[in-house]
Design a protein around this ligand. Structure first.
Ligand code: NDP
Length: 414
């Protein structure tokens, strides 16, 4: 018999789309600390649209972006969508996920009902004029991060995605692992290899901030795979050990330094001299950890205001600071002298292309890249898991939440 709502893990009959589903939602009146902002609700299953696919979600990755969504800052994602005409006054986040294609909309290509997929969050309109004129889709005006800027992410029993967001799940990969690494690993991949000529080459020193985080754990491994020499920055000795196990040639405890944040005004000679001493001491530590006096050719940034001045100072001449986020704040100081006199490049980078996603999935599927999904949580722990990220109390690597899957499950069906 067809029901209009199924329990988590209870599979509807093939082809049947129920009217309602379980989801972890955000609402404007709850914006604040993630623990309280997220709530388990029953909401309507999203309707199919042309070019879209309804995915029966098996597992969902936990990422930093839904910490920002929960806080309602720097972007109120619900208000942003309502302004663009969306009817829903709630947000179903989740930008990483794995699941089974359950229904396909008109005009869908390359995906069929029953496919086991990993979902990429890069969502855009392939017919948008700027894309047709050759712009990188990630920079298209139609680009939205699914499950952050767009609704119906992986924190719902059913997720709504475009067909090209679906990548085949390697058969051997459990759903919970498959749903937990792509945002981090593909973003790292593009940062390290997507910005020619500043890509990691054999022997290159690389500075990796937040080495034990979601991005950092993949960045260390990817840099190492091509012969790069990553030095990772962390805040605890335990995290430093994790980074060395993953291939970091050295580690720096950021707690040994205190020159973080905004750079003092040059007129304040004492404060400025203290800052300069701090950043030079950090640079000296980098050399010690690397084993030679060379500056990083690539600085892997996502930590933002606290670290960007150090990143730009340390970066090698003609090297690149490549940044995809700003955990500690987005208003950061840039000393332009270092940028132009030493031909340094400050490069923004945002997620990844479908081709880069596919390469990363192949690396993980082939056992060549550890996805570092180190903590699997239950569906009802989605709020707490985001709180851990907000409090910087998460385990090394990535976390994912079970939606319809059981822990460790790889297949589907009886
Ligand atoms: P994680 O929380 O897994 O890791 C972040 C790491 O940053 C932590 O392990 C912490 O390590 C370090 N960190 C935190 N605060 C500071 C600070 N003030 N100074 C130096 N290091 C700090 O997060 P992710 O790796 O998943 O994401 C990192 C950032 O990248 C987020 O801001 C996220 O929004 C962004 N991002 C952007 C993407 C994009 O496509 N644009 C995609 C994925 C992430 P420790 O305390 O040990 O130093």
């Amino acid at each position: 018999m067809h029901k209009d709502l199924y329990d988590l893990g209870e599979t509807p009959p093939r082809g049947h789309v129920p009217a309602r589903m379980h989801a972890f939602t955000l609402r404007r009146e709850r914006y604040g600390e993630p623990r309280d902002a997220f709530a388990h609700e029953v909401v309507p299953v999203p309707g199919l649209r042309p070019g879209h696919v309804l995915v029966y979600t098996m597992a969902a990755g936990i990422n930093y972006n839904n910490v920002w969504a929960a806080m309602g800052h720097p972007v109120d994602v619900i208000a942003m969508r309502e302004k663009a005409g969306a009817a829903e006054d709630y947000h179903i986040g989740g930008s990483d996920g794995s699941g089974v294609v359950w229904a396909v909309g008109e005009g869908v290509r390359g995906v069929e009902v029953g496919d086991h997929v990993i979902i990429s969050p890069g969502q855009w309109d392939e017919s948008d004029e700027d894309i047709r004129l050759g712009r990188d889709p990630i920079a298209s005006r139609s680009m939205r991060v699914w499950g952050y800027e767009s609704n119906f992410g992986s924190f719902g029993q059913f997720a709504l995605v475009r067909d090209f967001q679906c990548h085949p799940k390697p058969e051997n990969l459990p759903w919970d692992v498959a749903g937990g690494f792509l945002v981090s690993a593909a973003t790292s991949y593009r940062q390290l290899f997507g910005w020619e000529p500043n890509v990691v080459r054999p022997g290159d020193p690389v500075l990796v901030w937040g080495g034990a985080g979601g991005l950092g754990t993949s960045a260390i491994q990817l840099a190492r795979q091509v012969g790069g020499r990553p030095v990772a920055v962390v805040s605890t000795e335990a995290k430093a050990r994790t980074c060395r196990e993953l291939g970091a040639v050295g580690t720096i405890l950021r707690t040994d330094f205190d020159h973080w944040g905004r750079v003092p005004d040059e007129q304040d000679t004492q404060a400025y001299a203290a800052w300069t001493r701090g950043v030079r001491a950090f640079g000296k530590r980098f050399w010690e950890e690397l084993g030679e006096r060379r500056a990083p050719r690539i600085v892997f940034e996502h930590t933002g205001a606290d670290t960007l001045p150090t990143s730009l100072y340390l970066c090698d001449s003609a090297g690149m600071v490549v940044i995809c986020g700003a955990t500690s704040g987005f208003q950061a100081d840039v000393d332009l002298r270092f940028l132009w006199m030493r031909l340094k490049r400050l490069q923004g980078s945002h997620f990844a292309s479908p081709a880069q996603c596919r390469r990363v999935i192949d690396l993980v599927g082939g056992g060549l890249l550890d996805p570092c999904v180190t903590r699997i949580v239950e569906f009802d722990e989605i709020g707490e898991a985001h709180q851990m990220i907000r409090d910087n109390a998460q385990p090394p690597g990535n976390m994912s939440a079970l939606v319809n899957a059981r822990a460790g499950q790889t297949g589907f069906g009886p």
